[in-house]
Design a protein around this ligand. Structure first.
Ligand SMILES: [Zn+2]
Length: 558
């Protein structure tokens, strides 16, 4: 596409003739740097919280921040926009800043590396739900139009070395200005950086450049070396070796279900009526997640290192629980109804529900979660030895909660019928969210009924464990969705539901004391427990297994 044609404006919006004398490259970049301050309203609002307008020091603080951001914008632009690529790169940054500030303002998100990773890994169906009229309007008025105006400015061309020298001087000037601004307000600035470190991820477009760069760098580094093998000593334990009947554990990884709205946890509404009627179900009301988004939580919950010792590079660079189990002879399968297993099932058997496409459950590249149960009975009937089936749900994936359940679960009304949450009030948003939980409840209860039926027909010992990957904000403190940096994320994004169910045969064979486990369930638990609990449940022996983190270890009849 010819970019000049794309950015050509109709005659009435063209620049006035007096503006049309040629500009220096740095003059244009400075003008863009000033304009980009407008993408930082959320940053200024946060940084000025608690200060009074009548206090002159507030104005000094705001002005210093503006100068610092201006210098920073110029440094970003000055380093990235050169020669013939000046206008295309600047236009791209203007568009990205418009999009980024839209999401920051709408959902209260921070554009840190893990949010960027989430955004870059979004599938088309997911992305489609985030694109609405409001985003398009922001992109048009804050992105395309300013970029088009910028495109009109005629630039003075300088000989190569002169241009480089001039740019170097300007960059040095911007750097000095930034340092001066920092020195002027050093005390409040350093205390802000200490107490609200994550505010830097509101500084647009530097946040986008930094976060994209660090995700790409981490991926390149990760791609350069193979996943580190873990649990090389994994072998079947005595209980696993003594099993005479096949055993299948189904681990359901939920999506965006938060503990606060989980009926079994005492939420004012019964959002889990079917699970509440399942005999022997064990509910864990106090479970904290490892991360606040899928890209962090899913790899983390399948890793021996959890939130307690979080190390993203190590988790991404290593094999997962599934590889350790497979090494000891456990048959593993990942069935996905979402955006993939995030490396957890690399090289292991996996299925995608959209590809399997069970009748009546899939449309437009999305399937309802009941699709995950398709063919499960046949699989269980054929089962031999020990096995783990992971079901990765679409769950309560936002913002389009209303698309996550069939009509008959639209019990709480009115339910927000829009992809754009700002079109709905908080009651309608919560109604749609809770309806999606009702459907998750139905899928889980149906799954347990099938596992029970298979167990009773005396073919296979079965168990089900469900836990969600992270919670969700539903408009509390003006926050929506999830993915806030861990340190500042509200509890609703970090507390998740978890339930366990065991067939009588499995509880007997594995010597699980269910009353003891029910007492343990009342205590706090976390994603950190999953790796060790699964090793213990399937009885795979390895030095990686930490009995203190195994929720079942203290509840076995010896
Ligand atoms: Zn998620």
């Amino acid at each position: 596409m010819n970019l000049s044609a794309f950015f050509a404006l109709p005659a009435p919006v063209r620049l006035p003739p007096s503006w049309r004398r040629s500009w220096s490259a740095e003059g244009l970049l400075l003008a863009i740097s000033v304009f980009l301050l407008s993408a930082n309203s959320a940053f200024f609002r946060q940084a000025l919280t608690g200060r009074s307008l009548g206090d002159p020091s507030s104005w000094g603080w705001g002005l210093t921040l503006a100068v610092a951001l201006l210098a920073l914008n110029f440094l970003v632009l000055g380093l990235m926009c050169h020669g013939r690529l000046l206008k295309p790169v600047a236009a791209l940054l203007i568009l990205l800043a418009a999009g980024g500030s839209h999401f920051i303002a709408t959902f209260g998100i921070y554009l840190d590396p893990s949010m960027l990773r989430n955004a870059l890994r979004t599938d088309p169906a997911e992305a489609g739900e985030l694109i609405g009229l409001a985003l398009l309007a922001s992109l048009l008025f804050k992105g395309v139009l300013p970029a088009a105006l910028m495109w009109q400015v005629p630039l003075r061309r300088l000989p190569f070395w002169r241009a480089q020298g001039r740019r170097a001087l300007w960059l040095l000037g911007a750097l000095l200005l930034l340092v001066a601004a920092i020195l002027v307000e050093f005390r409040p600035l350093s205390s802000m950086m200490r107490n609200q470190r994550d505010l830097r991820y509101l500084v647009t477009p530097a946040n986008l450049v930094w976060s994209t760069g660090s995700v790409v760098a981490a991926d390149l580094k990760g791609a350069a070396k193979p996943r580190q093998a873990i649990g090389l000593d994994a072998t079947p334990g005595p209980r696993m070796s003594a099993r005479t009947r096949p055993m299948r554990v189904v681990l359901v990884v939920g999506e965006t279900a938060r503990a606060a709205n989980w009926g079994l946890n005492g939420y004012a509404r019964q959002t889990t009526p079917e699970l509440a009627a399942v005999p022997g179900l064990i509910n864990f009301p106090q479970v904290s997640s490892c991360g606040t988004n899928t890209e962090v939580s899913v790899p983390c919950m399948f890793a021996p290192v959890g939130r307690r010792d979080y190390d993203e590079a190590r988790i991404r660079g290593s094999e997962s629980l599934l590889h350790v189990l497979a090494r000891a002879g456990v048959e593993v399968l990942w069935r996905d109804n979402q955006s993939g297993c995030k490396g957890v099932c690399d090289g292991l058997p996996s299925q995608e529900m959209v590809q399997i496409n069970p009748p009546g459950l899939c449309a437009d590249g999305r399937c309802l979660d009941e699709a995950l149960l398709a063919g499960l009975d046949e699989r269980l009937a054929r089962a031999q030895g020990s096995g783990l089936i992971v079901l990765h749900m679409l769950g309560n994936h936002g913002p389009s909660y209303f698309r996550r359940y069939p009509e008959r679960f639209a019990r709480f009304q009115p339910a927000c019928p829009s992809d754009d949450l700002r079109q709905c009030d908080s009651t309608a948003i919560a109604n749609a969210y809770d309806n999606a939980l009702l459907y998750t409840d139905h899928v889980l209860a149906t799954l347990i009924a099938r596992l029970k039926a298979q167990a009773q027909s005396d073919q296979v010992d079965t168990a089900m464990i469900y836990l969600s990957d992270h919670g969700e904000s539903l408009g509390e403190s003006n926050l929506y969705l999830h993915g806030l940096p861990w340190a500042i994320a509200p509890e609703v994004q970090k507390r998740v539901p978890m339930v366990m169910w065991f067939s009588d045969g499995l509880a007997r064979q594995e010597q699980i004391d269910l009353d003891c486990l029910r007492r343990r369930a009342a205590q706090p638990a976390a994603h950190d427990n999953l790796f060790h609990t699964m090793l213990g449940l399937l009885d795979v022996r390895t030095a990686l297994h930490e009995p203190a983190l195994d929720l079942l270890a203290g509840c076995r009849r010896s």
